[in-house]
Design a protein around this ligand. Structure first.
Ligand code: F6P
Length: 361
C-alpha cells in the first residue's frame, strides 16, 4: 500500500478543498492507499505534529468550503529558511531535514498544491529525491502550461459581481469608480472581470497606462452622455515612463507603500484632470475567499484524481494541467520558468478594445 502526503502552499484559493477531497476519496476508496495531511504548507514538513492522517471523515462536507482545511502559509521554504541566531535572522538551507522527515513519515509521494513559488520548492525537493506531483493553484491565473488554474473563476465571479454593484451607484452619483483587483504581476483578473462587468477602462501591468489618455477617454464618454465611468485597475498596473517600482520579487508591497495602492493613485491623479468625483474600492482578499464556483470545484476535483493517476504510474516531477477540455500533465520545470502574462496585442485585449474599453494606452 502507498502512503501519500498532501500540502497546500502559498496564498489560499477557492477549490483547494475540492483537490484535497478528491485525493483522499480516490486514494482510499479506489486504491486503498493512506493519506497524510501536512498542515501549513512546507512549514508542516518540519514537525511531525503537523502531519495527520486524512480519512473520509476529515473531507466530508468540505467541497463547498473556501480556503484549505490543511492551512497554508507563505513561509517555510526549506531551501531558504529564516532562523533566529543570537537575536539575528539568518537564512539557512534545512532541506535535508525536510527530506528526512518525509521519509521518516513513510510518505511515498508528496502532492504539492501551489502556485509558482510552491511548485518551485516542490521541484527542488524532487531533485533531492522526493517523489513529487504538483497541482497548480492561483487566483491570478499566471501559471504557464495550464489553460487555467482553479480559484481564478471564483475570483472573477466575485470581481464581476462587485462591478455590477458599483455600476448602479456610479451612475446615480455621476462618479468615476476605480476598483482595484488582485493579480500580482498579471492582469488576467482585471481584464476578464472588466470585460464581464462592463468596465470603461481597464489597467493591467502588461500595458503601462497614461493618466492623460484615461482622462481623455472619460471626457469622451461624458460628451456622449455617459456621466459616470468604471475603471478596473490591476494591483500591479503601472504608469508609463515612471512609477514602475517593482519589477520582480515576491509581492507588490513596495508599490503599495510608495503609491498607497494603484487604485488610490489613479483616483487621485484623475481627480486633478477631470471635474468629476471619484471613489476607490479595493476588493482585496474578498477575491480569495468564499465558496468555489462550479467550474473551480470540478477542475480541482479532476486535478486531484489526475495526480493520483500519475502517482499510480510512478510519474513524478510533473504538474497536472488543463489543456482544452482534457486534464494532462507537464514537467514542473516547464510551468515555473516564468509567469504567464496577458499579451498586450493578443485576442483578449483586442476584444476589449473593440468593445470600446480603454486599456490606458
Ligand atoms: O497570488 C495570489 C494573491 O492573492 C495576489 O493576487 C496578491 O498579490 C497576493 O496573493 C496577496 O498576498 P497576501 O495574502 O500575502 O496579502
Amino acid at each position: 500500500a502507498k502512503r501519500i502526503g498532501i500540502l497546500t502552499g502559498g496564498g489560499d484559493c477557492p477549490g483547494l478543498n475540492a483537490v484535497i477531497r478528491a485525493l483522499v476519496k480516490g486514494a482510499i476508496l479506489k486504491r486503498g492507499w493512506e493519506v497524510v495531511g501536512i498542515e501549513d504548507g512546507f512549514d508542516g514538513l518540519l514537525e511531525e505534529s503537523k502531519m495527520r492522517p486524512l480519512g473520509l471523515n476529515e473531507v466530508r462536507g468540505i467541497l463547498p468550503r473556501g480556503g484549505t482545511i490543511l492551512g497554508t502559509t507563505n513561509r517555510g521554504n526549506p531551501f531558504s529558511y529564516p532562523v533566529e541566531k543570537d537575536g539575528k535572522l539568518e537564512i539557512v538551507d534545512i532541506s535535508d531535514r525536510v527530506v528526512d522527515n518525509i521519509s521518516r513519515a513513510g510518505i511515498d509521494a508528496l502532492v504539492a498544491i501551489g502556485g509558482e513559488g510552491s511548485l518551485t520548492i516542490a521541484l527542488e525537493l524532487m531533485r533531492k529525491g522526493v517523489p513529487v506531483v504538483g497541482v497548480p493553484k492561483t487566483i491570478d491565473n499566471d501559471l504557464l502550461e495550464t489553460d487555467v488554474t482553479f480559484g481564478y473563476n471564483t475570483a472573477l465571479e466575485t470581481a464581476t459581481y462587485a462591478l455590477d454593484k458599483l455600476h448602479s451607484t456610479a451612475e446615480s452619483h455621476h462618479r468615476v469608480m476605480v476598483m482595484e483587483v488582485m493579480g500580482r504581476y498579471a492582469g488576467w483578473i482585471a481584464l476578464e472581470s472588466g470585460i464581464a462587468g462592463g468596465a470603461d477602462v481597464i489597467l493591467i501591468p502588461e500595458i503601462p497606462f497614461s493618466i492623460e489618455k484615461i482622462c481623455e477617454s472619460i471626457e469622451r464618454r461624458r460628451s456622449r452622455g455617459s456621466r459616470f465611468s468604471i475603471i478596473v485597475a490591476a494591483e500591479g498596473a503601472m504608469e508609463k515612463g515612471g512609477n514602475r517600482v517593482v519589477k520582480s520579487g515576491p509581492d507588490l508591497r513596495h508599490q503599495v507603500e510608495r503609491l498607497g495602492g494603484i487604485g488610490e493613485y489613479v483616483s487621485r491623479r484623475i481627480g486633478k484632470c477631470l471635474d468629476m468625483d471619484s471613489r476607490v474600492t479595493v476588493l482585496g482578499h474578498l477575491q480569495r475567499g468564499g465558496s468555489p464556483s462550479t467550474f473551480d470545484r470540478c477542475l480541482g476535483s479532476r486535478f486531484g484524481i489526475k495526480a493520483l493517476e500519475l502517482i499510480e504510474k510512478g510519474i513524478f516531477g510533473e504538474m497536472v494541467c488543463l489543456r482544452g477540455t482534457e486534464i494532462r500533465s507537464v514537467k514542473i520545470e516547464k510551468a515555473v520558468r516564468r509567469l504567464k502574462l496577458v499579451n498586450p496585442r493578443g485576442q483578449m485585449v483586442n476584444a476589449a478594445e473593440e468593445l470600446g474599453i480603454m486599456l490606458g494606452r
